[in-house]
Design a protein around this ligand. Structure first.
Ligand SMILES: [Zn+2]
Length: 405
């Protein structure tokens, strides 16, 4: 393809026009909660997508063990289905997908989404639910052992490949397996390491933000590689030793990110990038909104909620993505943003909007979207869409995976 052609190609709209009716008084009556009819639609959608996913996975890369695009992501989906429906053999199926990842831990990466911490954390939960306590404990022990690697000074701090991705796994286990002891000293060391690392880079770059982070020498802003994901996670640590950093380091850093918003309400993908293009969980408002809503919860300042509502506007307008239906850079991930906004505001407009995006996802494959590299995986493909549809059945408690503990 010629350079000119490629540039023209890049100017194609990244999203479909949102033709759903705007929220109105009339609509509000029927969207106070999810109706039985809509729940039925969601369940029918899940039942029709699941066999397509199973068929599609036969062609998938057999050596990808990650939560992000591999086998553990499928295990996490089945764990989610088990939680949502409490029937059938979803738990056993989840374990089937975990067997290989647990047998061939790579020892190379240690995050929840892309490394060994994913199979170990999900494995500990699934094995515990299956009544295999000693095997579950073995996973917890191995997860603890990864902390030395997570403290390596050469490591980034972001969610996919960095310390936040390891910290998430520890906190996930702490909340999902209350009976299991997670060494608080390990959590504290990793947390403090992230604060220190952010402080060091801030000083080096003479940043106005007390915490600054980079991945591949770029100051990313979004949830996957940047400050929004890191700060969203740090704010969820409620231990007494973490309190001192909340006002001195975290709040001013969140404030710094908040003021980076474009006039549209969207966020740049990295510092210095002035193009208001990407509206994805990984880059842009659908990831930033999680940091803002968490900040509102922790600090109570209404400016975060206002910024989150502005994210809601741009997500509703530009969130039906040509990239597909997935969580990371697809419509399901954007629907989660609207759903989380509903949980924080109790404004039924956002429940309606999340449900309309879900409806759009139910027409999977009919819009002419691009096919992602891993089309059936949890974070890029169909497994993530199914995960979201199942989560939407309980809109008050639904949570974007690998971000909330
Ligand atoms: Zn993405």
């Amino acid at each position: 393809m010629s350079k000119r052609k490629r540039e023209e190609g890049e100017m194609e709209p990244r999203e479909f026009t949102n033709n759903f009716d705007a929220f109105s008084e009339e609509i509000s009556k029927s969207w106070q909660q999810i109706s039985e009819g809509f729940a039925g639609k969601l369940k029918a959608g899940i039942s029709s997508l699941l066999p397509r996913m199973v068929e599609g996975l036969r062609q998938a890369d057999d050596h990808d063990d990650s939560v992000y695009t591999g086998k553990t992501g499928i295990a996490l989906l089945y764990l989610q289905l088990h939680t949502a429906f409490q029937q059938g053999d979803d738990l056993a199926t989840s374990y089937q997908h975990l067997k290989a990842p647990l047998q061939r831990l790579r020892g190379r990466r240690h995050t929840f989404l892309c490394g060994d911490a994913g199979p170990l954390a999900v494995g500990a939960v699934v094995l515990s639910k299956l009544g295999r306590a000693s095997e579950s404990q073995a996973c917890v022990d191995k997860l603890h052992d990864l902390h030395r690697a997570a403290l390596d000074p050469g490591l980034p701090d972001e969610l996919l490949y960095g310390r936040a991705g390891y910290l998430y796994a520890l906190l996930y286990l702490k909340s999902r397996l209350p009976g299991v002891t997670i060494d608080d000293a390990v959590v504290e060391r990793v947390y403090r390491c992230m604060i220190e690392s952010g402080g060091t880079l801030s000083k080096r770059e003479k940043s106005k933000s007390p915490l600054m982070y980079a991945w591949h020498e770029k100051n990313y802003v979004g949830a996957a590689h940047g400050m929004c994901g890191i700060l969203c996670l740090l704010m969820q640590v409620t231990a007494p030793w973490a309190q001192q950093f909340l006002h001195s380091h975290i709040k001013p850093s969140v404030d710094y990110v908040t003021q980076l918003a474009f006039p549209s309400g969207n966020f740049p993908s990295s510092l210095g990038n002035s193009s208001d293009r990407l509206v994805h969980w990984c880059h842009g408002a659908p990831g930033a909104i999680h940091m803002l809503l968490q900040a509102h919860k922790v600090f109570g300042d209404s400016k975060y909620l206002e910024a989150a509502r502005r994210c809601g506007v741009v997500i509703w307008e530009r969130g039906l993505l040509r990239k597909g239906y997935g969580l990371c850079h697809g419509t399901a991930g954007n629907a989660y943003a609207l759903l989380t906004l509903y949980q924080s505001t109790k404004d039924s407009k956002y429940l309606y909007q999340a449900c309309k995006f879900a409806e759009w996802c139910l027409d999977y494959g009919k819009h002419g979207c691009r096919t992602p590299d891993r089309p059936f995986s949890l974070f890029e493909g169909m497994a993530g869409t199914i995960y979201f549809l199942a989560d939407l059945l309980n809109p008050e408690t639904a949570q974007f995976p690998a971000l909330y503990i």
